[in-house]
Design a protein around this ligand. Structure first.
Ligand code: ATP
Length: 319
């Protein structure tokens, strides 16, 4: 056993390294909005034309999804390596149907593990559904070009990832041709311009792991500025659960309120103010939609949402 110990320890260290590398790789993909597990059809169409003609409606139609198991995917798919140890047979999404009209906001709520993040990954086409269809402007996402989907859908995730680059450089990932004026406008819209303007090097200040240290709330507002620059018709937002100080929280909220105006949005909601504002709340449990309605309707119903409200949303608002 002693002789095995060394190699085994070495192997588990390798695994840790690989996992760390995968996590970083995933983050890069997230920021660049690349799709690692899906491919583009040769006759794929431009989603922007459909959005211009029909408006940016979002629709999930009897969607089912199962994460690929280890033996279903080639080792080339890095995403699958990270999931080798997970249950390969369970369907994460079993039957998800809901619509978001153009310009409306739908809040997704549900217990941990219900499938909310998975739903958001189908809307950005990180994965294709195993059953059913995801449509934007009436187009099946499998039929549109990756570039037009990337232009149409913007993502703000819980953790705003910044590259070791200048603030301007980080924002230009969203729009390479953005002028300094465009960047200032986006930073103003995201309620972070005053901070950036107060730095000695302004938008040329280097941020990221080894650069100027920004707080969680400031990083989120830079991510929102990135979204404003990109100006997508559809926004997928994973609201932060991490506690921000109340000043930062108010600034992030103001920035988001502005960023979502006129856009179709799907929000994984953790805040009472969001669920109250939502045009529709979709309650997900174990991969299925169990309730839909407004905050008032769902509270009156006394079901899962009412429970979640008592345990998650109301206490957080008081804290
Ligand atoms: P939370 O509120 O905790 O973030 P969630 O509602 O967003 O949860 P998901 O992250 O969508 O839930 O996860 C739904 C289920 O899918 C969980 O059982 C989870 O373990 C599983 N799952 C998530 N990602 C993967 C993956 N890459 N491979 C395999 N299973 C996964």
């Amino acid at each position: 056993l002693g002789r095995l110990y060394g190699p085994l320890t070495a192997m588990s260290n390798v695994q840790v390294d690989v996992m760390t590398a995968l996590v970083s790789f995933e983050r890069v993909l997230e920021v660049l909005d690349l799709e690692p597990t899906v491919s583009e059809k040769p006759d794929a169409t431009d989603l922007r034309a459909a959005v211009a003609a029909h408006g940016a409606t979002l629709e999930l139609d009897h969607v089912g999804f199962r994460y690929p198991s280890a033996d279903e995917v080639s080792l080339a798919s890095l995403e699958s390596v990270a999931t080798l140890s997970r249950d390969p047979v369970a369907d994460t999404l079993r039957d998800i149907t809901f619509q978001v009209p153009a310009g409306a906001m739908v809040a997704l709520v549900g217990p941990s593990g219900a499938g909310k993040t998975t739903i958001s990954q189908l809307v950005t086409r990180m994965y294709d559904p195993t059953r059913g269809t995801v449509r934007i402007a009436g187009q099946d996402l499998r039929d549109v070009t990756a570039a037009s989907l990337r232009d149409t859908v913007g993502v703000v995730s819980q953790e705003a990832h910044l590259f070791h680059d200048t603030i301007a450089g980080n924002l230009r990932f969203a729009r390479p041709d953005a002028t300094d004026d465009d960047i200032e406008q986006a930073l103003r819209g995201a309620h972070v311009w005053n901070l950036v303007a107060s730095l000695p090097e302004g938008i040329e200040t280097v941020v990221g792991d080894r650069g100027y240290r920004l707080s969680g709330g400031e990083r989120q507002r830079l991510a929102i500025a990135r979204l404003l620059l990109k100006a997508p018709d559809v926004v997928v937002l994973d609201e932060a659960t991490a506690h921000l100080d109340s000043e930062s929280e108010a600034a992030v909220q103001a920035a988001l309120d502005e960023a979502l105006v006129g856009r179709t949005s799907l929000v994984i909601a953790h805040r009472l103010s969001t669920v109250r504002q939502a045009d529709l709340i979709v309650v997900v449990d174990a991969g299925q939609v169990v309730e839909t309605g407004t905050h008032a309707e769902l509270l009156a119903r006394g079901g899962l949402y009412a429970d979640l409200y008592r345990t998650q949303f109301a206490p957080a608002a008081v804290a």
